[in-house]
Design a protein around this ligand. Structure first.
Ligand SMILES: Cc1cc2nc3c(=O)[nH]c(=O)nc-3n(C[C@H](O)[C@H](O)[C@H](O)COP(=O)(O)OP(=O)(O)OC[C@H]3O[C@@H](n4cnc5c(N)ncnc54)[C@H](O)[C@@H]3O)c2cc1C
Length: 303
């Protein structure tokens, strides 16, 4: 049960207030107005305290401590950052991302990351980050010990997903480029019961089989949701590989993703050389030309 009839309110507000008022009525009737006023103040304080607070500030970096690190492979981990209060949420619209910053060799370096957690999760955010040996922020984050902080600012980005924004998404992700796609896919799944009918076809490209991030989660979604399909592509496939091989090509896009239409969007996120090749490929297939910096209304949107 939710709202004003929830167990939380019955046990946390109504029962204590009733006990306070009845107890006062028994012990000293003339104090009843004060007891009633106190019950109202305590109830309001409890109700206000339970409203999740959005903590992100678009123009100000805030320091959030590393709470937990879950290692997925030699260069990839899920970093859980604690928000100031356990009831806090990030306040990140679906489709947008955050900036992480650190001072490295005397210079402030800022990079974009899309949490794999959402505003359904209270008190923390989860970031899936792949560290590069010569990277700046990704390497810095990997060096953090639990309790050390990192600077966070946001929200940022031109994509804001709302249910049934389009009829059909074609998504192309390379490596950690999967994170903005997953954020939207998970929001679509959460919205199914309320009528989100969006179809999604995802091409997920990686170098080696062990680089495929969150494969179990993605396969579980594909098994459960008939409107979501995934096509994996590998540069170095194992024997008996059923997916695609090599780079993502125009032929693959034509075979696996929705054809150009006014109610279709292609979303892309991956390393810059992959994105510039895909911009050309999609244009050649008849999708509208991608802009250098994407806008929400674009048919081909690059994060
Ligand atoms: C919208 C958006 C969301 C993103 N979300 C995530 C996310 O959730 N998780 C995540 O891990 N990343 C994500 N990224 C990528 C992230 O922003 C950084 O580009 C990445 O972490 C590298 O930053 P860096 O400071 O460590 O390296 P940089 O300082 O940018 O690069 C330094 C050197 O590191 C190496 N390097 C950096 N990137 C690559 C690469 N892709 N392939 C090979 N070598 C590389 C190169 O040698 C490069 O010269 C996202 C990017 C965008 C635009």
């Amino acid at each position: 049960m939710s709202g004003l009839l929830s167990t939380q309110y019955v046990q946390g507000v109504y029962i204590p207030s009733a006990l306070l008022i009845v107890g006062t009525a028994i012990v000293k009737k003339e104090w009843l107005p004060f007891a009633a006023a106190l019950a109202v103040v305590l109830g309001a304080w409890k109700a206000y305290g339970n409203v999740p607070r959005k903590v992100l500030k678009p123009n100000e970096f805030q320091e959030f401590p590393l709470k937990e690190k879950t290692i997925l492979s030699h260069n990839t981990a899920i970093y859980r950052l604690a928000l100031p209060r356990q009831t806090d949420i990030l306040g990140l619209p679906i489709g947008q991302h955050i900036s992480l910053a650190a001072t490295i060799a005397g210079k402030e370096v800022v990079r974009s990351y899309t949490p794999i957690s959402s505003d359904e999760d209270h008190g923390y955010i989860d970031l899936l980050i792949k560290s590069y040996p010569t990277g700046n922020i990704s390497k810095h984050v990997a060096s953090l010990a639990v309790g050390q902080t990192i600077k966070v600012r946001g929200p940022k980005g031109a994509m804001v997903y709302t249910p049934n924004l389009v009829r059909h998404f074609g998504m192309i992700a390379g490596g950690t480029g999967i994170t903005p796609m997953l954020q939207i896919i998970k929001a679509i799944l959460r919205g199914r019961a309320a009528g989100d009918k969006t179809e999604v076809d995802l091409i997920f490209a990686n170098v080696n089989p062990e680089d495929i991030l969150l494969k179990e989660d993605i396969d579980a979604i594909a098994a459960k949701d008939p409107k979501f399909r995934v096509h994996y592509v590998l540069n170095n496939p194992p024997e008996n590989w059923a997916g695609g091989v090599g780079f993502v090509t125009a032929d693959m896009i034509k075979a696996k993703l929705p054809a150009p239409a006014s109610d279709v969007k292609i979303l892309m996120c991956g390393p810059p050389p992959m994105i510039s090749a895909l911009k050309k490929a999609t244009e050649g297939l008849g999708y509208q030309k991608a802009r250098p910096v994407s806008k929400l209304e674009d048919q081909v949107f690059c994060f």
